[in-house]
Design a protein around this ligand. Structure first.
Ligand SMILES: Cc1cc2nc3c(=O)[nH]c(=O)nc-3n(C[C@H](O)[C@H](O)[C@H](O)COP(=O)(O)OP(=O)(O)OC[C@H]3O[C@@H](n4cnc5c(N)ncnc54)[C@H](O)[C@@H]3O)c2cc1C
Length: 309
């Protein structure tokens, strides 16, 4: 059957099942970069059973899909996505049980830090200000200011789309390392929820740390512009991509609407109507200059979401 007809019938089916979906969704509206063409279909499951249902249906019909949290570490391509983008934002339940906090994949990671603080639990302060979802943070092993997911994560419940089963993995089974997790090598795994083990703390002290970290972000990062945060990974624990880019004289270097931030050279900002090709052109230029100056290959931290075919 024609792809458009399959998608249309999928949409009807989801609507009948009460699963929210939208046709021709502009991915730019769901990307912190404000870049990207349209997705044929976007689906917003509310829980693991809806998600399983959606994924099984797509797999049966060989429709490509991708799971997206808050789109804060993604460069959606200008051509958009020929298939279905599954957004986790409605999978947003949180439960606090003693010193353990469990959050659905779609829970804002910053909001989770606030929940932990309100329960006088310490350990997630670093998450405050990371603009992603909990699922995205686990997938990316997100971290900041000396903290990272791997330090506080206890386990992750995931859906294995290939085996059609839900599994809970302990942290040590998740291949967590710097901005890396088991999800990178296995595209069939979808993070459903994550449990964090925290420590008893003092609410005012936790609050003070969180405010301090947010202040540091505001003073160092170009938060007034759309971006996807640091574009490149640190090439080594003691090497910083931003410093190499700055020392290469690339601050302010511009391709189309994409620019190396004057405030933080590790960020590429969208200064107005940037396209994914502008960003990719700039990434290539930066990589070339840094390779020439330092003999170092900068690897992208941001994930590129292609056209889906
Ligand atoms: C201003 C700014 C500051 C930032 N600061 C930091 C920082 O300090 N530290 C840091 O680590 N990052 C930072 N980031 C990057 C980003 O916020 C993090 O990587 C965040 O964890 C991504 O979460 P997300 O929900 O937006 O993921 P998305 O961008 O939606 O997705 C990222 C990747 O994870 C996959 N994915 C998302 N959810 C799931 C799921 N449930 N199951 C399977 N795969 C999934 C996607 O397919 C994609 O490959 C920053 C970004 C911005 C814009």
């Amino acid at each position: 059957m024609d792809r458009d007809l399959v998608l249309l019938s999928l949409m009807r089916k989801y609507e009948i099942e009460g699963i929210e979906c939208q046709k021709a969704l502009a991915l730019s509206s769901r990307s912190s970069f404000k870049i990207g063409g349209k997705a044929d279909l976007a689906v917003f499951p509310k829980n693991d059973s809806e998600l399983e249902y959606v994924v099984a249906y797509l797999m049966d019909r060989e429709i490509p899909y991708i799971v997206v949290g808050n789109g804060s570490n993604i460069l959606f391509e200008d051509e958009g996505y020929r298939g279905c983008v599954i957004f986790t934002e409605k999978m947003n339940e949180v439960a606090v049980d003693g010193n353990r906090v469990t959050a659905g994949a779609g829970v804002s990671f910053t909001a989770l830090a606030v929940t932990a603080k309100n329960a006088s639990l310490t350990g997630l302060e670093f998450a405050y200000g990371i603009p992603g979802s909990t699922g995205g943070a686990v997938v990316m092993n997100a971290g900041a200011y000396g903290g990272e997911v791997a330090e506080v994560l206890e386990s992750c419940t995931l859906y294995d789309a290939e085996k059609c089963e839900l599994r809970t993995l302990r942290k040590d089974e998740m291949d967590l390392s710097y901005r890396h997790s088991i999800f990178f090598e296995n595209k069939n795994l979808i993070c459903i929820s994550a449990t964090f083990t925290l420590k008893d703390g003092n609410k005012d002290e936790i609050d003070a740390v969180m405010r301090d970290l947010m202040q540091r972000r505001r003073s160092k990062q170009p938060l007034e512009y759309p971006s996807a945060g640091s574009v490149f990974k640190r090439p080594a624990p003691d090497m910083f991509a931003g410093k190499m880019i700055e020392d290469s004289g690339l601050k302010g270097y511009t391709v189309g609407g994409a620019q190396v931030s004057e405030k933080h050279a590790g960020f590429i900002i969208n200064i107005g109507n940037a396209t994914a090709s502008d960003v990719l052109g700039l990434v290539k230029h930066i990589q070339g200059v840094v390779r020439q100056n330092y003999g170092v290959e900068l690897e992208c931290e941001i994930r590129r979401v292609g056209c889906g075919e």
